[in-house]
Design a binder for this molecule. Structure first.
Ligand SMILES: Nc1ncnc2c1ncn2[C@@H]1O[C@H](COP(=O)(O)OP(=O)(O)O)[C@@H](O)[C@H]1O
Ligand SMILES: [Mg+2]
Length: 490
């Protein structure tokens, strides 16, 4: 404690020597004057012979100072120094106890602060350790985790322990980094395994799907083949008629071997044509067989002026009337006309719009014979009769369908010579068996270009069904009604 110097302080050893016991009192040149915050004790005002002084002890020092108030110059004057020495001794005697207590108090506070700092420091390391452990625990469990405080910033706070703190932090971060790396590795491995499993699953699913599809394809193609075989087999031989309830089977579709059925109520007037031997009569038999059996048919008038015997078999049915003579044709057409008028009145009186009751069919084979008779009339009476017949036929073709009367007319060549256009244009359901010429077929059907088989090349029994009212074309093969002996018909 023999030497003391600090910054701008100038120590005067002579003065110090005077006051070296207890608290020494050096003379001080101090500029700027010390700030009160830096005192451990004082400043205490002290007056001697009217001169004001201040007495104080700076922090961290056990040295007392005596300074003339408001002055900061060096007391160079020897007498002054002597006086100061006396003052100092006096001041020290006066303040020693007080100053000592102040200094002790300061030191005690410092100790407490130091201990607190140490404690805080220990706590920092403990907290960092706990935070690190938590992060490691999370990472080892495969989860993500981060330190919860900005340890790096705290670690670099400038003081003696900063290096220690930084080192602790670096260690913690290294450990965390390793744990994180191994977590990421585990994660990556797991991801790879998952992806592999996924691929395996997808592959298995694809294969199963493929197997199912190919089995389905096989089954489909087998079914298609079987259907095709059935179709070919069915169509390769005469097809026995297989009536269906509720409709008229017109024939079997060449395309798929399925029977083509038209509900009776949908039937339009039918014009049926084809060269001799094309299968008109066989088809008519198939239709008639069904019409005779049908309970939706009230009456069947069959006209065949060629004197064929083929309609005879239907005579046993009470609803069938077979006609071979022109005179009977005129009579029966008059009857049909009367029936039409009667039904028209009935419907009008009862407010009926559509005929829903049983139907009457007027079937004329070799229609050209009637036309020939009409055209051939020579006597005046015969001409009048023929005119009436022609008008009636036209009228029936025009109005009868709505009244539940359906015409079915067959002929070889559907020309206007063979059938008056006034009749023909109203027969909207066309059945075209093998035609003599494309022109004749064109007058029956819609668009010859689109047909799969040329009408002139249709095999016997095969025909186009064309419903002009619905724009529907079907290639069919006629079925053979029971009792129709094909050999007989040649
Ligand atoms: N759908 C058919 N299936 C098998 N053969 C048929 C068929 N239609 C007609 N035929 C054969 O053609 C022959 C002539 O038939 P047919 O109906 O009398 O002709 P068309 O009345 O047009 O002159 C029959 O005897 C029969 O041998
Ligand atoms: Mg015939």
């Amino acid at each position: 404690m023999s030497a003391f110097s600090r910054g701008e302080q100038v120590y005067d050893s002579r003065i110090y020597d005077v006051a070296r016991w207890g608290f020494g009192v050096p003379t001080v040149y101090w500029d700027p004057p010390p700030r009160p915050a830096e005192f451990a004790f004082g400043p205490e005002p002290f007056e001697m012979w009217g001169v004001p002084f201040e007495y104080y002890i700076p922090k961290g020092s056990r040295q007392a100072y005596l300074v003339r108030s408001g002055h900061s110059e060096v007391y160079a004057d020897f007498a002054m120094k002597l006086m100061l020495g006396r003052f100092a001794r006096e001041a020290t005697r006066t303040f020693a106890v007080k100053a000592y207590a102040g200094v002790t108090e300061h030191e005690r506070k410092q100790t407490i602060l130091r201990e607190a700092a140490t404690l805080a420091e220990t706590k920092w390391f403990g907290d960092l350790e706990a935070d690190k452990e938590r992060v490691l625990r999370e990472l080892r469990a495969g989860r993500e985790a981060k330190l919860s405080r900005d340890w790096a910033k705290e670690a670099s706070q400038p003081d003696a322990d900063a290096a220690k703190r930084k080192e602790a932090l670096t260690t913690a971060e290294r450990e965390i980094g390793q744990a994180d790396k191994s977590r990421l590795q585990a994660l990556r491995k797991a991801e790879q395994e998952i992806a592999a499993a996924q691929q395996a699953r997808e592959k298995a699913a694809r294969e199963a799907q493929w197997a199912i599809e190919s089995a389905a394809r096989d089954r489909e193609s087998q079914a298609r083949e079987a259907a095709e075989q059935a179709r070919v087999l069915k169509l390769s031989r005469p097809i026995p008629l297989a009536p269906q309830p509720g409709g008229i089977v017109f024939g079997t579709r060449i395309k798929d071997g399925v029977d083509f059925v038209v509900p009776l109520a949908h039937l339009q007037h039918i014009l049926l044509s084809g060269v001799s031997g094309a299968g008109k009569t066989v088809l008519l038999h198939a239709l008639l067989h069904q019409l005779v059996q049908s309970d939706q048919v009230e009456r069947l008038v069959l006209i065949d002026l060629k004197g064929g015997v083929s309609f005879n078999r239907y005579r046993i049915s009470p609803k069938v009337e077979v006609i071979y003579e022109m005179a009977d044709v005129i009579r029966v057409i008059d009857q049909v006309m009367a029936l039409m008028v009667q039904r028209q009145n009935y419907m009008r009186e009862n407010g009926i719009e559509f005929w829903r009751q049983r139907r009457t069919f007027l079937v004329i084979d070799e229609y050209a014979e009637i036309q020939t008779e009409i055209d051939a009339a020579d006597t005046k009476e015969a001409k009048a009769e023929a005119r009436r017949l022609a008008a009636n036929l036209a009228s029936i073709s025009r109005r009868a369908r709505a009244l539940g009367i359906v015409m079915v007319c067959a002929l070889q060549r559907p020309t206007t010579d063979a059938m008056d256009a006034a009749v023909r244009n109203n027969l909207s359901c066309r059945i075209c068996l093998r035609a003599a010429t494309s022109q004749l077929a064109a007058s029956m059907l819609d668009d010859l270009e689109r047909l799969p088989v040329r009408p002139t090349e249709l095999p016997t029994g095969e025909f186009y069904y064309y419903d002009a009212s619905r724009g529907l074309t079907r290639l069919l093969k006629a079925q053979i009604a029971p009792g129709v002996d094909l050999a007989d018909l040649f």
